[in-house]
Design a protein around this ligand. Structure first.
Ligand SMILES: NC(=O)c1ccc[n+]([C@@H]2O[C@H](COP(=O)([O-])OP(=O)(O)OC[C@H]3O[C@@H](n4cnc5c(N)ncnc54)[C@H](OP(=O)(O)O)[C@@H]3O)[C@@H](O)[C@H]2O)c1
Length: 250
């Protein structure tokens, strides 16, 4: 029995990394999937990889006017939305002393403001009983140097999920958090890291986990499926932490 048969799912940031793996698994489980992102080329290849009539929609989550268009197009194509994964995000590392206003605004506009308005603008397009999942991070409640702004935005969305779950309970809409630990995805090389820097970053992140390795997107996709499906029907405003033991390792 497929877990998302006849469901309509939207995955923001579904053209890459964790979001793409979730979109692939959702389609395998019977969902009609719309993925969003800013890059047409990766959207096109994601749509091919996902298959099952998936569609790709260009949209920048930091521009509120672009968010609603995404849902309108999805609803016109497939009908109203049952599963919404708010996953688009950026990681801009930087020390307190050096972090610029521009870096602060970009991180905050995508990872925090983008999440708030991605849920708000979805409301008319969500079916009652829908599941909303927001991607946070294991770092949300940690104090890792050089990640303060990123981690704070990821902490903020945990609070949003709790308040949203209360506000949307009347429509039986659940909002939950998935917090990955270090996962190998293109996010690690978006700042133009060389292969050597990439390998160094990978082993550094792996050493911060108990299991001694980074995770992969498929392991995280299984968590998204749990939160998206009825299997998690008793979970509201909660957090699923899939981090290889990063948070418990001091
Ligand atoms: N990888 C990790 O170790 C890790 C750990 C914890 C949490 N996370 C979180 O997981 C999520 C996915 O990250 P990932 O690791 O899969 O990285 P990724 O491969 O870089 O994916 C990021 C996605 O977000 C989209 N995106 C970024 N800015 C956007 C914007 N303004 N509007 C719309 N889409 C935007 C990107 O699409 P375009 O480039 O086309 O815009 C891309 O699809 C993020 O929220 C990240 O913070 C990742």
């Amino acid at each position: 029995m497929k877990k998302l048969e006849n469901k309509v799912a939207v995955v923001t940031g579904g053209n890459s990394g964790i979001g793409l793996a979730a979109a692939v698994l959702f389609a395998e489980q019977g969902a009609k999937v719309a993925v969003t992102g800013r890059d047409q080329q990766t959207l096109d290849s994601a749509v091919k990889e996902i298959g099952h009539e998936a569609i790709g929609i260009i949209g920048d989550v930091s521009t509120v006017s672009q968010i609603e268009a995404t849902y309108k197009k999805t609803a016109e194509t497939f009908g109203k939305i049952d599963v919404l994964v708010i996953n688009a995000g950026v990681f801009i590392p930087g020390a307190l002393a050096d972090f610029t206003e521009e870096e602060f605004d970009k991180t905050s506009d995508i990872n925090f403001k983008g999440v708030f308005f991605s849920v708000q603008k979805a409301l008319p397009y969500l079916n009652d009983g829908a599941s909303v999942v927001i991607t946070s991070s294991a770092l949300a409640t940690m104090g890792l140097g050089g990640t303060s702004v990123y981690s704070a935005t990821k902490g903020a969305v945990i609070t949003l999920a709790k308040a949203f779950s209360i506000e949307l309970a009347g429509r039986n809409i659940r909002v939950n958090i998935l917090s990955p630990g270090p996962i190998v995805t293109p996010i690690m090389t978006r700042d133009g890291a060389t292969p050597e820097q990439f390998e160094k970053a990978k082993s550094g992140m792996a050493s911060k986990t108990v299991v001694g390795r980074m995770g992969n997107s498929e392991e995280i996709a299984q968590g998204f499926l749990y939160l998206a499906s009825d299997d998690s029907r008793f979970m509201l405003g909660g957090e699923l932490l899939l981090d290889g033991g990063m948070r418990i390792k001091s």
